[in-house]
Design a protein around this ligand. Structure first.
Ligand code: NAD
Length: 387
């Protein structure tokens, strides 16, 4: 069975789906691995390193034509999709929710599509395959580093002969995987950290990292299914934004990580809240996307400075800025899932298996994932009303 690694072509994407260490592991399990020329270049992984691990280095057309399974980080580009043939499989973070047309296109091409970002995260046997978690850990870490880099003062308390610098006050909004990692990193840098999440059950984790959990009096608990948050009502959203603004004003640095599955990120930091922040404050918006982020006025992959001197960093693609670590962790997720799916040298799809039912989106010409199989895209459509 031939597993093929294509070079990612999305703007700013520096990760690669398999690193040489993972290639060696798959080779040991009896799989053949083909890697597109230069696929690991942006993560400092040379073609030679892949060859030494047992991969064949091949040009794109030949690679796509010869592969049984194509592994990717993000969605394969149009050129790869156009070259696919029935019976082939694609495995990567395909982000199919919110875009039923994409899955339909793969189904019509007779391609088996496996989306790592849909892995059922609460299944213990799926934890080694949980790419959302591995990449969110990286993003959370890097968000704190980016914030510290842009902040014109120290994060830690510093006592020197020239005087004392007070520690930075950092607020983390959203305390899932990324938020907790941002808290831990900011704490290790010496900041005084507070955090808020609409799921109050995260309080214990926040406190165990040495941060203070902020409770809002105007918004009740809003936990949804599977440990995720639900979208707030318009009234709740307004109350949350208003109450958060007074907390935001007391902090030097705000890192936002809030997400609601299948919807655009909730707006937590309004233009008014930004106006109340002191000049020199830094806001890192990990939700920044073309649809809007957690912070009003943030722009994806751009830094904006407000009239009152607040730096807003749109940081929705942080894992790509640490391509070596992100690729190494992602490659472990990919190889764990591949080895789980492969039986007797082929992909053994079994939709009775709860893990597979979670990740397989197309099979034998059909869209089979429950969240996509109704024509409206199930509960998974990106809902523009979430702001
Ligand atoms: P996520 O990326 O979906 O969201 C990040 C955080 O934003 C969440 O904590 C969410 O509650 C918060 N949020 C959403 N709307 C908000 C709002 N309006 N105001 C404030 N905060 C808001 O979350 P995630 O990091 O993917 O984690 C989701 C859940 O999955 C968590 O419960 C986590 O513990 C769980 N999880 C479990 C496992 C496992 O069991 N192995 C692995 C990974 C994650």
């Amino acid at each position: 069975m031939k597993v093929a690694v294509v070079k990612e072509t999305a703007p700013g994407e520096r990760r690669v789906a398999l690193v040489p260490e993972a290639v060696a592991k798959l080779r040991a399990a009896g799989l053949e691995v083909l890697v597109e020329t230069g696929a690991g270049d942006s993560a400092w992984l040379s073609d030679d390193a892949y060859t030494e691990a047992g991969a064949g280095i091949t040009a794109r057309d030949e690679l796509v034509a010869g592969a049984d399974v194509i592994v990717t980080v993000g969605r394969p580009d149009d050129q790869v999709i156009a070259g696919l043939r029935p019976g082939q499989a694609v495995l990567g973070m395909l982000a199919p929710l919110g875009d039923p047309g994409f899955a339909q296109r793969l189904a019509e091409a007779g391609v088996t599509a496996v989306s790592l970002d849909l892995i059922p995260r609460t299944l213990p046997r799926a934890q080694s395959m949980d790419a959302l978690t591995s990449q969110a850990n990286i993003a959370g870490y890097k968000a704190a580093i980016v914030a510290a880099g842009a902040f014109g003062r120290f994060f830690p308390l510093l006592i020197t002969a020239a005087g004392t610098a007070r520690p930075a006050r950092v607020l983390v909004l959203g305390t899932g995987v990324a938020g907790l990692q941002a808290i831990g990193t900011a704490r290790r840098l010496g900041a005084v950290v507070s955090a808020y999440d609409v799921r109050p059950e995260t309080r214990t984790e926040v406190e165990s990292l040495g941060a203070t959990f902020i409770e809002l009096t105007s918004v009740g608990p809003a936990g949804g299914e599977g440990g995720y948050a639900r979208a707030l009502t318009d009234e709740e959203r307004q109350a949350q934004q208003d109450e958060l603004a007074s907390h935001i004003a007391k902090h030097d640095v705000v890192i936002t990580t809030a997400q609601v599955p299948g919807r655009r990120p909730p707006l937590l930091v309004t233009a008014d809240a930004l106006k109340w922040m002191a000049a020199g404050s830094v806001v890192v918006d990990m939700g920044a996307s073309a649809l809007g982020g957690n912070v009003e006025g943030s722009r994806p992959e751009e830094t904006v400075v407000t009239e009152n001197g607040v730096t807003i960093i749109g940081a929705g693609r942080l894992p790509s800025t640490m391509p070596a670590a992100a690729s190494a962790m992602y490659a472990r997720n990919v190889s764990a899932l591949l080895l789980y799916l492969v039986k007797d040298d082929s992909l053994a799809v079994d939709l009775d298996d709860d893990l597979q039912r979670g990740v397989v989106i197309t099979y034998e010409g059909q869209v089979v994932h429950p969240a996509l199989s109704d024509s409206a895209g199930g509960t998974a459509r990106v809902d523009g009303a979430a702001h």
